[in-house]
Design a protein around this ligand. Structure first.
Ligand code: ZN
Length: 208
């Protein structure tokens, strides 16, 4: 974080059974780190949920597993109910494969219109136009920038969705935060949009 000039970070995909790591992350909560816990639908009634979920700033990153015959809203319903009752945003992995295409998630996003969704990687390059369309149609949706390499598509997202619903992300250790940051800061956006994306939006959303 220091080498990339990052002052605060969200740690995503934490295993809710890994209490040691959650303790380390949440001990710094409110200062430098916030925790997103990846709750499996089958575990949403487990005893540890009541203890772990109140310490989370959000849920995810998650997605419907390859080969599932269920719609995303049915597969993830137990997790979405927790997100709704706890007022926690849900981060969804998008891009790469057809089962992680943002358009697949439209029904779920619209059914759970009171839940905030974050589309990680904003569909990646393969599905970025889908991700923008879903976000335009659904005001409860944010787009996250990691791994989406096109400056032109980032500018389009700002024009069509608005800079106030785009969140900078690095997806470290998959991508380096300094590289991802350079992508956003050299995309030709104005200073206001860049400031929103680089931290003001997530600070407002997660009350960091
Ligand atoms: Zn992802």
């Amino acid at each position: 974080m220091e080498s990339a000039g990052v002052s605060k970070a969200v740690v995503v995909g934490l295993d809710p059974r890994d209490r040691e790591t959650i303790d380390e992350v949440t001990a710094a909560c409110g200062s430098r780190l916030a925790a997103f816990v990846d709750l499996a639908p089958a575990e949403s009634n487990s005893a540890f949920v009541g203890e772990i979920v109140p310490r989370a700033a959000g849920l995810g990153e998650t997605y419907v597993q390859c080969g599932s015959s269920q719609l995303p809203e049915d597969y993830l319903r137990p997790v979405l109910r927790i997100a709704r009752s706890r007022k926690l945003p849900v981060m969804l992995h998008t891009g790469d494969f057809s089962y992680t295409a943002p358009a697949m998630m439209m029904g779920m996003i619209q059914e759970f219109s009171d839940v905030t969704f974050i589309l990680a990687h904003m569909g990646s390059l393969a599905f970025v136009q889908d991700a923008i369309e879903v976000a335009v149609a659904s005001s409860n949706t944010y787009l996250e920038t990691s791994g989406m390499t096109s400056p032109a598509m980032l500018r389009r997202a700002v024009r069509e969705v608005g800079a106030d619903r785009i969140l900078f992300g690095s997806d470290y250790p998959f991508w380096h935060p300094a590289v991802e940051r350079a992508r956003v800061e050299n995309a030709g956006l104005d200073q206001t949009a860049t400031r929103l994306i680089m931290g003001e939006n997530v600070a407002r959303l997660l009350e960091l």
